[in-house]
Ligand binder design. Structure first.
Ligand code: C5P
Length: 305
């Protein structure tokens, strides 16, 4: 049996640069792995081509709508891999919340299977396979702190964020990403033509300094809050608790903020849970920790993926 931990992501900066001919939006986003993880076990099944998914939540499909199912489908196509598999996904990451949980499960399962079975697939085919599943799946082949462009599928390693504690909170809603993008208005995405307006570059240039938190922006904030007013309640309670720099992750409804220490994050999570919100304290993971997390328990994995 192979056991992997699939870490969630935050978008520390998310800029929408414009709409594309294919209906997607051109993005520039700084993505960050955090130690909020789904736990996945992968067991072999004697029947070639067999695939069976199990999860601990009704919110997560176990058929072709599950991104792990899609990952295995495309991996079989790309490599001819036929091994029968039974996969159990223990979800800790809220579903459809902007933490990239489904994408993380898919990306990390892809990487783990390639390493475990030494599948003959180059990096570019692996990234192509990931991007067919979803725009942010490629990030989960890289992890740590990374810059993503295109529709989010072009991922470049970035300077690693120093260990940072975050408080996470979200309302109990399922956010439809496409709907949030369609809700964008020109006023939400002011022109970003010069490098001085490149919030991602500014953020990464200041990544080790306290002022980097002033540079966090998410252009999806306005349409998400307009479509899902309960997100405002999360911002309001965080503000009432004295939390600065709270920001939406992805298309929401997850909200996060950097805080001074793990203890401050823990205390805030208790107060938010008491107030009826899903909330967790977490820490950033750098790329080495991300890889270790994904490959933990995977006897025989080389870590080279
Ligand atoms: O790629 P993914 O399936 O995660 O995207 C979900 C939806 O979000 C897309 O169908 C599209 O409507 C929207 N989207 C977008 N631009 C992006 C990423 C996603 O418009 N860069």
């Amino acid at each position: 049996m192979l056991k992997i931990r699939s870490p969630a992501k935050l978008n520390l900066v998310l800029e929408v640069l414009g709409e594309r001919a294919d209906g997607y939006h051109e993005l520039r986003t700084v993505m960050q792995s955090i130690d909020l993880c789904d736990e996945i076990s992968i067991e072999e099944h004697p029947l070639a081509g067999h695939l069976e998914l199990h999860t601990n939540t009704m919110r997560c499909p176990v058929d072709e709508k599950n991104l792990v199912w899609q990952a295995i489908h495309w991996l079989r196509e790309a490599t001819g891999f036929e091994g029968g598999l039974v996969i159990t996904i223990d979800k800790n990451i809220p579903v459809s919340a902007g933490f990239g949980g489904g994408s993380s499960d898919a990306g990390t399962v892809l990487a783990a299977l390639v390493a475990r079975y030494r599948l003959n697939v180059g990096q570019s085919v692996l990234h192509q396979t990931a991007s067919r599943i979803g725009s942010d799946v490629s990030f989960f082949l890289v992890g740590g702190t990374a810059l993503a462009t295109g529709r989010g599928e072009i991922v470049a390693e970035a300077p690693q964020l120093a260990k940072t504690s975050f408080i996470l909170a979200c309302p109990s809603i399922l956010v439809e990403t496409g709907k949030v993008y369609r809700g964008l208005r020109p006023a939400n995405t002011p022109a970003k033509t010069t490098s001085s307006k490149d919030a991602c570059a500014s953020f990464l240039a200041h990544i080790a300094q306290p002022e980097c938190w002033e540079m966090m922006v998410n252009d999806l904030d306005a349409p998400a809050r307009q479509l899902y007013p309960s997100i405002d309640e999360v911002f309001e309670i965080l503000s009432a608790l004295g939390v600065k720099h709270a920001m939406l992750s992805g298309s929401g409804g997850a909200v996060f903020a950097p805080v001074e220490s793990p203890e401050v994050a823990r205390q805030l999570a208790i107060r938010l849970n008491t107030a009826g919100f899903w909330s967790r304290a977490c820490e950033s993971m750098d790329r080495a920790e991300f890889r270790e997390s994904v490959l933990r328990g995977g006897a025989g994995l080389s870590g080279e993926y």
